[in-house]
Design a protein around this ligand. Sequence first.
Ligand SMILES: Nc1ncnc2c1ncn2[C@@H]1O[C@H](COP(=O)(O)OP(=O)(O)OP(=O)(O)O)[C@@H](O)[C@H]1O
Ligand SMILES: Nc1nc2c(c(=O)[nH]1)N=C(CO)CN2
Length: 203
Amino acid sequence: MSGPAALPAAAPVILALGSNLGDRAATLIQAVQDLFAVDGLELSDVSPLWESAALKLDGVDAAAPRYLNGVVAGSFAGDPLDLLAAVNSIEADHGRVRAERWGDRTLDIDIIVIGDLVRADARLTLPHPLAHARDFVLAPWLDVDPDAVLPGRGPVRDLLAATEQTARRYTDTRIDAPPRDAPPRAAPTGAAALGASGLGASR
Ligand SMILES: Nc1ncnc2c1ncn2[C@@H]1O[C@H](COP(=O)(O)OP(=O)(O)OP(=O)(O)O)[C@@H](O)[C@H]1O
Ligand SMILES: Nc1nc2c(c(=O)[nH]1)N=C(CO)CN2
């Protein structure tokens, strides 16, 4: 089943980012900057980062590099498949290799929700089919929206409480939302990337 081609109006969107290879924080900082340049996407908030052990298909892999995860919130107007193509392109720009399902990766960007849109084709399933069970998605989502509700599943707060909640707040780095006119591929600098007063400040 496919959804309508384009959304009639801007809808709230949550994107989840993760990285467990390379300089994880630098990658996530740059990826957020890249997202600011995506057509039709307006970002309003960037969560603090969370760290957790890598979840593999056969369970938690304590030997694998740990993940940093966060979410961005905003709105999107346009064709959801164009948003998917844009986030896939950003992943590719950051050296993402698709070798193994749930394999280690430099960058993963999942579309968690676009408004109340429900669609279930292989290219794009919304809401993301595993978001309700992933503390590394739910915890940062709750940071940016304490009243968030996952369509079809319920309040994010309750969903998070039902997980094992192994993700821990990562306080070494926080991501500032860049100003709207920031150059899309500007290299992160220490001050800009690790700023003390950004939207992503730890609470
Ligand atoms: N909501 C969604 N967000 C992102 N990709 C999606 C979504 N629904 C379906 N997909 C499809 O899933 C494909 C595989 O994505 P990806 O390689 O990132 O999976 P994964 O990160 O290993 O696993 P998971 O989807 O469980 O997080 C993408 O190419 C995309 O077409
Ligand atoms: N801790 C953690 N584990 C994962 C993650 C992730 O973002 N964080 N993403 C995966 C595939 O999307 C598979 N496993």
